[in-house]
Design a protein around this ligand. Sequence first.
Ligand SMILES: [Zn+2]
Length: 200
Amino acid sequence: MKEFPAFAAELADCIRVLHHQGHSPATSTNYSFKDDADRLWVSRSGIDKSSCLDTDFITIDAQGKTLTPFEHMTPSAETGIHCAIYEMFPTTKVILHSHDLYPVLVAHNKNSVHFEGFELQKGFPAVKTHHGAIQIPVFPNSQDMNDIKSHMESRKEELKYQVFMIEKHGFYTWGTSLFEAKRILESFSYLCKASWYLTK
Ligand SMILES: [Zn+2]
């Protein structure tokens, strides 16, 4: 029998809201969390996020292999990124992913995205004032998750704001709670949108 942690329903509720805000067109994006027993749960491949449910999560091991009783199901193609984040930042409990449009526009042909002077920079961890500049890394897109993991490892210091962008693709955020990960997602999304319009 399959049992789903209560948190899976909470995360599924959030995913449906994010979908309506444009974060996951055409079945894209993927999500994961660590339950109270430290088991990893990731969204399965190809689901329409407008109708995401708690039963759309499956358990995986630290290398991304599906565990019983989900061994016949396919985890998200980007599961390797989730595994890399949990490995590099062990206090992580939730990982969110977005294919929002404005970050793709702002990060195009860039090695990093800069924000300066915005109030919402305070949405990032440990940022207490709008003064100063924030820099978020941008990695090249790849279908090989090991390529993205190696960029994450070589630029780990730049991941202190718990968000990174993949060019022409989307961004990942993570946190010790859904509250934190969602706050960072909304901050980055807003800042990219504001930056895009300010430079037009
Ligand atoms: Zn993606």
